[in-house]
Design a protein around this ligand. Structure first.
Ligand SMILES: C[S@@+](CC[C@H](N)C(=O)[O-])C[C@H]1O[C@@H](n2cnc3c(N)ncnc32)[C@H](O)[C@@H]1O
Length: 182
């Protein structure tokens, strides 16, 4: 049974059609840029609604299969859900900068996508605003960022919300996991 409460704007039909696989018909967590779901223990966790702005299936240069297959294709700068809808939002946007639009090339771009040099601040800033909009009061936003091209401090400056804590990981400590509460 599909239960969508607190709806202030209609949820698109293609989303409603996918809702049957979810926990109690209602996902608690929204991942707005799920990519290949690499960091999930269960890539089909019924508590999580998976969103991305592309769907692809390919073989990477190391011979491994790679798939981005979200529950819905949507843009994190315009999330198709009502306000205050999820207990948790996961925001792991692309972190690599590219000069102009085009087909992603190379292992990293295919796996993680890319941002454009001319508008990355606007895109991430809108992304934060939308993530916090669809998050319930007292809900958590888990943000992941890799500092290869842009410092985490520059990215955190794009939201007025204050994180609670963070953790660095990776061989060069370039990956940051940051937790916000609304
Ligand atoms: C760093 S990857 C996510 C990796 C993922 N967390 C995992 O566990 O594998 C970023 C993803 O954001 C997606 N993306 C880029 N721009 C987007 C947008 N405007 N809206 C939604 N997804 C977007 C890319 O297609 C890419 O799959």
């Amino acid at each position: 049974m599909i239960v969508i409460d607190e709806v202030q704007k209609p949820v698109p039909k293609d989303i409603l059609d996918t809702m049957d696989r979810f926990y109690n018909g209602r996902p608690k967590v929204l991942d707005v840029a799920c990519g290949g779901r690499m960091f999930y223990f269960d890539k089909d966790d019924p508590r999580v609604f998976f969103m991305d702005n592309r769907r692809i299936k390919t073989t990477l240069c190391d011979g491994r299969d790679f798939e981005v297959n979200p529950d819905v294709i949507a843009d994190f700068t315009d999330i198709p859900f009502p306000d205050e809808h999820f207990n948790m939002v996961v925001f792991d946007p692309p972190h690599l900068l590219k000069n102009k639009e085009g087909t992603p090339t190379g292992y990293q771009q295919i796996k993680y996508g890319y941002l454009l040099k001319q508008n990355w601040k606007e895109v991430l800033s809108k992304g934060f605003t939308e993530c916090f909009r669809v998050l319930k009061k007292n809900g958590f936003l888990i943000f992941k960022w890799n500092e290869t091209d842009i410092k985490v401090s520059e990215v955190l400056a794009l939201t007025k919300e204050n994180p609670i804590f963070g953790h660095k990981s990776g061989k060069q400590s370039k990956t940051h996991w940051i937790c916000f509460m609304k």
